[in-house]
Write a protein that binds this ligand. Structure first.
Ligand code: 4AD
Ligand code: MG
Length: 465
């Protein structure tokens, strides 16, 4: 069967005498007086194709009846001619000569014609991509991934695949999932009763990675500019709309680069990806603008044209402190900024993306470069309206002695990071990098408020669907 995808029809609107075949799933159908209208979607684009069935054209009346009353979700194949309809809402319709249902919908199909809430649809991760919201969300996800690869490729970055099973904690935050083949009911034990991981699969303790950064840094010291794009795992027991236990992260790393270089690259990357989406996903963004955030298109169009704000943590604290009566957690110098503070800065004060730089060392990771004041590190988070922290990054500590001292201060064992420290021994460079949470980016560009609705099968604290 030579099948024409609906997207190609919309890409090149023209009447065509010859018969075409389309195949897809019924979004809606209605029938009256021997004529039926079906909205068909085949997944090739956001738009549906309107199909007209006239009973007089069908040899088999019962076949006409079956297709004309096809339930939402039925898989159908239609042969017919495309007719331009300049006066109607849609530019053309398919006038069916024949049609068949190839996949009937049995009783119990949960999707309906009417609008369903995201919460309801979360029960059906395997079916929800057939709805407008999730169809648009997952296409934007796919296009965003391409836009990110394109940005880095066009700018000479090398794409690297860092391991998912790791022996070290890249963030030093202890929020890792263990990887083991040891029988939990009968683990081998050491004399002191603790589990003997030397008998585990890798002969040592291993976990799923929380970040590819440390391995990424080693590649940056060979290629100059690299990025990773892969899954990361965090066993954080945070039950919020912005935290997932499994999420995708993009982590560029650049040699001979400082904090400003990181922020320049991150800003250019976000702008480039957003403008790619504005050009390539107009139907999807228009849908989100109508149903999720009426300000979305304005926000995205403005973003690509204006400079992001850059302020220090110390400035951020003094901007926030006067509003302490509006916060659950009071702000003071030294505190970790909570999501309510991040959102206040980026939504209420600036209403655009904001980099906050130079955080107190106590609230940031061990690898961040110590500033001269010995109190703050050369870190920066990019905060955006609606989401809060979209990117976290820093200049890295390239000085071996300073790095070892910091690790010892934090009670870490430098022997566990031997290769990482080697990079500071063998041709160390000033370098910087960052991590973009892919799902948070998708929330930002769609206006979808819950991370569970931009992942195919969300994995969040307490729930594996
Ligand atoms: O700020 P994070 O923890 O930074 C790192 O992992 C660094 N190694 C990145 C680097 O410098 N190469 O995480 C980076 C980003 C956050 O800004 C956030 O967007 C996202 O990853 N993120 C999460 N997204 C969803 N669910 C979670 N539990 C997340 N934790 C972090
Ligand atoms: Mg962070």
């Amino acid at each position: 069967m030579e099948r024409t995808e609906i997207k190609t029809l919309f890409d090149n609107v023209q009447e065509n005498e010859s018969e075409i075949t389309v195949a897809g799933w019924v979004k809606t159908s209605r029938e009256s007086k021997n004529i039926a209208f079906i909205e068909l979607n085949d997944g090739s684009c956001f738009k549906n194709l309107q199909v007209i069935l006239e009973s007089s054209k069908f040899e088999d009346e019962s076949n006409y009846k079956r297709v004309a009353n096809a339930a939402v979700g039925s898989a159908v194949i239609v042969h017919g001619k495309l007719i331009l309809t300049p006066e109607a809402k849609q530019p053309f319709e398919l006038n069916a000569d024949s049609a068949e249902i190839v996949g009937v919908v049995e009783e119990g199909y949960p999707l309906q014609k009417k609008r369903m809430t995201p919460e309801f649809l979360r029960q059906f991760p395997h079916l929800r991509a057939r709805t407008n919201t999730f169809g648009a969300a997952f296409r934007v996800r796919s296009e965003s991934a391409f836009a990110i690869h394109k940005f880095f490729h066009d700018n000479g970055f090398v794409y690297v695949h860092t391991p998912l099973i790791t022996g070290s904690d890249a963030e030093g935050a202890g929020a890792m999932f263990r990887v083991t083949t040891i029988d939990p009911a009968n683990p081998p034990r050491q004399d002191d009763g603790s589990v003997d991981y030397s008998q585990d699969f890798f002969g040592r303790e291993t976990h799923l990675t929380v970040s590819g950064q440390l391995e990424g840094e080693s590649m940056a010291q060979a290629f100059g500019k690299i990025y990773t794009f892969g899954p990361t795992f965090r066993a954080e027991k945070s039950n919020t709309t912005r935290h997932a236990a499994e999420f995708w992260m993009i982590e560029p790393e650049m040699a001979f680069c400082d904090l400003d270089g990181y922020m320049d690259t991150a800003e250019a990357m976000v702008k480039s990806c957003v403008s790619y989406l504005l050009d390539n996903c107009p139907d999807e963004l228009d849908f989100f603008n109508r149903f999720y955030d009426n300000n979305l298109l304005d926000k995205l169009n403005k973003l690509v044209k204006s400079d992001f704000v850059r302020i220090t943590y110390t400035e951020a604290v003094s901007l926030l402190e006067p509003h302490n009566n509006e916060f659950d957690f009071k702000v003071y110098w030294g505190c970790d900024l909570q999501s309510e503070h991040e959102r206040y800065l980026t939504e209420k004060i600036y209403n655009c993306p904001v980099f906050v730089t130079n955080y107190p060392k106590e609230i940031k990771a061990f690898y961040m470069r110590m500033n001269e004041d010995n109190k703050t590190v050369a870190a920066a988070d990019m905060l955006v309206p609606g989401v809060g922290e979209l990117i976290g990054g820093s200049q890295r500590e390239e000085r071996l002695d300073v790095l070892i001292n910091r690790m010892l201060e934090l009670g870490m064992n430098p022997d566990d990071y031997k290769e990482y420290l080697d990079l500071r021994r063998f041709g160390s460079t000033k370098h910087a990098g960052y991590g973009l949470g892919f799902e948070r980016f998708l929330m930002y560009v769609t206006g979808i408020g819950n991370i569970r609705d931009v992942q195919l099968y969300p994995r969040t604290f307490g729930v594996l669907q």
